[in-house]
Design a protein around this ligand. Structure first.
Ligand code: GUN
Ligand code: ZN
Length: 419
């Protein structure tokens, strides 16, 4: 058992969090045994504490990130479709090389831990081997899937891609159902038959599904042209049986009222990717509409369209984009969307997402600021800075109570710049 002593900010729901200026967190066998005011906790558990100079938050969840784009993140300047063809597909083709994939996977997970991300859902390249490599190298709790691309893509990627239904069973078996997501890249890269095979397989095996939906206006037009029989873009996936409560749809920026209702009816999750939407100038997520329909969503970086894997940066862009047009976004909701909501989207709500009793001891230590007496003010300060600064802001990260970055010894706090 380890008893940590620090300030603690623990998200509860979109409206509330628990803040303890002098908190205690007791971890036993990798899970939270108890959390509360240090002086109360130590009466029941009279252990010598590990005192940390900073603020403990639960580790972050990033539910939509392309780990194979990490090395080229932030190279945009074009809209989605030309950006994919110019910058992304040539890069992903390189993951045919297992040595390169191994090397890149190590960097990716190390960077995620440094930034405080302990879990997420990732897109791999089409190559099955690269997905195996990502799974074997993972640090934290990850669900991954090799993108299926059987149409309208460069020949080398189509050749590398799994052709449904072949090979899907062996991939999900070796990677494991809890860690494998059926991943049609997007409708443009799949045929009607392939989508139907993927939907049937996901349903039969109870697997998570991840894909992109209505990210750009040009993409929506292209889907209309390629799938003339469908009611709309959402219907392409729905007709294939791909939509359900285990489905996580990236973006969802250009949806009709019918499509919003369909997503609600199917219980789908949305991965809201504000930094990516801004970078590719894809549009703004209709937060009011998502709230009105009660559609569950969590935040995601969508690296490499998103310029940074830092969830602090994603939270910053979430706050900025919606507040800029007068839509209210409270700090409590921002933290919730990067932690509890992400864990729930992954099907891990019972075991991760905050520091409640019985959950995994996954947490990140953040620096104090002069405004710590008010957790709202401190949290607003925490999100200020450039992507590079935010990627390095955590002082340490722990998984199941063990330090995985920094923090092996009590860390020194660096004050945040006042905003
Ligand atoms: N749509 C299809 N593939 C991709 C991708 O790799 N990134 C983003 N942002 N959108 C996509
Ligand atoms: Zn994406």
């Amino acid at each position: 058992m380890t008893l940590f002593r620090a300030a603690i900010l623990n998200p509860i729901d979109i409206k509330s969090w628990q803040f303890l200026l002098d908190g205690g967190l007791l971890i036993e066998d990798g899970r939270v045994r108890a959390m509360g005011h240090f002086n109360d906790l130590v009466k029941h558990y009279p252990w010598e504490p590990v005192t940390l100079d900073g603020v403990i938050l639960p580790g972050f969840a990033d539910i939509h990130i392309h780990w194979v784009q990490h090395a080229v993140r932030g190279r945009y300047a074009q809209a989605l479709l030309p950006w994919l063809a110019t910058h992304i597909w040539p890069e992903e083709a390189r993951y045919v090389d297992a040595a390169l994939a191994r090397d890149r996977a190590e960097t990716f997970y190390a960077d995620c831990l440094t930034a405080g991300t302990v879990m997420g859902m990732s897109y791999s390249s089409p190559h099955p081997e690269a997905a195996h490599i990502a799974h074997a190298a993972r640090r934290g709790d990850w669900i991954t899937g090799n993108v299926v691309m059987t149409a309208n893509a460069p020949a080398d990627l189509v050749a590398a891609s799994v052709k449904p239904p072949a090979d899907l069973a062996s991939l999900s078996e070796t990677i494991g159902r809890a860690h494998y997501a059926v991943t049609p890249r997007f409708a443009i890269n799949c045929t009607v038959d392939d989508l139907a095979h993927l939907g049937a397989f996901a349903c039969q095996e109870g697997l998570a599904v991840q894909t992109h939906l209505a990210e750009s206006a040009a993409e929506v037009q292209e889907v209309k042209r390629l799938f003339p029989q469908a009611l709309d873009y959402t219907d392409v996936y729905d007709a294939a049986g791909l939509l359900g409560p285990r489905t996580v749809l990236g973006h969802c920026l250009h949806l009709s009222p019918r499509e919003w209702s369909c997503l609600k009816g199917r219980g789908c999750w949305i991965a809201h990717c504000p930094s990516s939407n801004e970078a590719l100038d894809s549009g703004r997520f209709d937060l009011d509409c998502a709230r009105l329909h009660g559609i569950p969503f969590a935040l995601a970086s969508d690296v490499g369209a998103g310029p940074s894997h830092s969830m602090l940066h994603v939270m910053q862009r979430f706050r900025h984009q919606h507040r800029a047009v007068g839509v209210r976004v409270d700090p409590e909701e921002i933290l919730f969307r990067a932690t509890i909501a992400g864990a729930r989207a992954m099907g891990r709500g019972a075991v991760a997402g905050n520091l409640g009793p019985g959950k995994r001891g996954d947490f990140v230590l953040m620096p104090r600021s002069a405004r710590l007496q008010s957790p709202q003010s401190w949290f607003e300060d925490l999100l200020d800075g450039s992507p590079a600064e935010l990627e390095q802001r955590p002082l340490g990260t722990w998984i199941a109570g063990h330090p995985v970055f920094g923090g092996a010894r009590p860390a020194l706090a660096e004050p945040l710049a006042p905003c």
